[in-house]
Design a protein around this ligand. Structure first.
Ligand SMILES: Cc1cc2nc3c(=O)[nH]c(=O)nc-3n(C[C@H](O)[C@H](O)[C@H](O)COP(=O)(O)OP(=O)(O)OC[C@H]3O[C@@H](n4cnc5c(N)ncnc54)[C@H](O)[C@@H]3O)c2cc1C
Length: 440
């Protein structure tokens, strides 16, 4: 055990967006499940609370603690690839990027994923990280089993067969139930996706949203505020051959336009907000149509170097277009100048109590602002629209909802808190964020 404490530090922690900081009493980097159990035991003895972190990509204070911060860096790696059950088991701190690369090398892949792959497996699952899909759902929904170290140091194996009540809720556990030490995901033979990116007008996308959603396995679009322009992306499985974007074209689109030029445009817009509508008109026209075919993680994810703040709400899918039109009308009526596109994605209903898509077909509306831009007025106005539609906020993205509201939009909320009360009666894993969203 002295090893773990030799790796103890006390420096401040800050998230990716820079809006959450914490000063833990100590930070530890356990290298095994035994060390993890020992960390929990010591924290209890010292009267300190505990919080495992991932890579700090949440915009909420979900991972913040003034107690013992558990770093994921030595709980990484692939434990097992099982081609009979078509599952892969990873240590919980494994970055999704490492998982994707390891699977691809073996001719395998996850089914669906979000926009980036920097997060850890446990961090991504704990807030319900999702991409877009008609039939395939979030990272949490792809979990087949997990290993959870609970407050008293017990190592619980959870699946539909073992501890099924814990498994049901712990796939999206908000870090409230214990420290996940390993996750088993469903996987499949690697496949090809053909991506079709195409500009479309706001009126067309919104009037044809149902058809675009139904006809594509993965449909999403971005709307550029102050314009009538959108960029759409349709990803569908393809027999091949692979036809990745050319190196120069990919660099121009993914690095120069999406990161380099966008960074300059954001800085200009932040300094001189009056320029934002003209910049939006220009940037919404800069991305031209393109089609390419590649393996899943290369199509789903891309680097995001421009730092931003984000709020995202899941709505019943049939409400999404109306809510988006309300967001547009609100921006047009207001003095707000919004330089970041609004992203719309979808997910099928799943069976995870605190999943934003729990029990209902969902569409997500995400709003972003360049880091350093005051975001409250915009996010508050959007949040009012989303909550009027019974929206459920992404657990890792900015929102102001509390337990009273959340219990109303999650029919299975009580199922989660019952398991939490049993596993963590003394709130070893508590923090201010959990007190707000779970009620104590
Ligand atoms: C640039 C960017 C792009 C993003 N894109 C998407 C996207 O496409 N889709 C989407 O849905 N979200 C997206 N997000 C949000 C992000 O995926 C989530 O906030 C995710 O939870 C971050 O994972 P992390 O590893 O950084 O975890 P952290 O933010 O560090 O932690 C998140 C939560 O996980 C808990 N946790 C971490 N490790 C463990 C463990 N071992 N056991 C138990 N609990 C644990 C923490 O305590 C905390 O509650 C994005 C965020 C950024 C900054």
């Amino acid at each position: 055990m002295s090893d773990t404490y030799a790796r103890t530090t006390t420096s401040a922690w800050r998230n990716w967006a820079g809006n959450v900081t914490a000063r833990p009493a100590r930070a530890v980097t356990p290298a095994s499940v035994d060390e993890l159990s020992e960390v929990l035991r010591r924290a209890s003895e010292d009267g300190l609370r505990v919080k495992p972190i991932g890579t700090g990509h949440s915009f909420t204070a979900a991972a913040a603690t003034d107690g013992v911060l558990i770093r994921p860096d030595l709980l990484t790696g692939i434990r097992d690839i099982d081609r009979t059950t078509m599952t892969v088991t990873v240590e919980a701190g494994t970055p999704l990027k490492r998982l994707n690369l390891a699977l691809a090398r073996e001719g395998l892949s996850l089914t669906n994923m979000g926009d980036i792959m920097e997060q850890t497996a446990a961090g991504a699952a704990s807030t319900g990280t999702h991409g877009t899909g008609r039939d395939s759902a979030s990272i949490s929904a792809q979990i087949r089993a997990l290993e959870l170290v609970t407050a008293d140091g017990t190592v619980l194996r959870c699946s539909e067969a073992e501890n099924p009540d814990v498994f049901a809720v712990a796939r999206l556990g908000l870090g409230a139930l214990g420290v996940i030490s390993a996750i088993t995901f469903a996987m499949e033979p690697v496949f090809l996706l053909t991506a079709r990116e195409e500009p479309m007008t706001f009126d067309r996308v919104t009037s044809e949203f149902d058809r675009l959603f139904t006809e594509n396995e993965h449909f999403e679009f971005y709307w550029f505020p102050h314009t009538g322009n959108c960029t759409t992306k349709r990803n569908n499985r393809s027999a091949g051959p692979a036809a990745p974007p050319g190196r120069v074209g990919a660099w121009v689109d993914d690095e120069l336009l999406a990161n380099g030029v966008f960074q300059v445009a954001c800085s200009l817009g932040r300094a001189v907000p009056a320029t934002i509508p003209s910049i939006a008109r220009l940037s919404s026209r800069a991305l031209s149509a393109r089609t390419y075919t590649d393996i899943p993680y290369k199509v789903f994810t891309s680097p995001r170097r421009v730092r931003f703040m984000e709020m995202e709400y899941a709505l019943p899918r049939e409400s999404a277009v109306e809510a988006l039109r309300e967001v547009r009308a609100m921006i047009d009526r207001s003095p707000l100048r919004i330089g970041f596109p609004v992203e719309v994605r979808t997910a099928p209903a799943d069976d995870i109590p605190l999943s934003t898509a729990s029990g209902r077909e969902s569409a997500y509306i995400a709003v972003h602002l360049y880091r350093g831009t005051p975001y409250q007025a915009y996010f508050t106005a959007v949040e009012r629209i989303m909550t009027a539609h019974g929206g459920r906020p992404h657990w890792g993205k900015i929102h102001t909802r509390d337990a009273a509201y959340l219990a109303g939009v999650y029919p299975r909320f009580g199922e989660f808190t019952t398991v939490r009360d049993r596993l963590d009666p003394d709130r070893l894993f508590g923090n201010d964020y959990l007190r707000r969203v779970l009620g104590d």
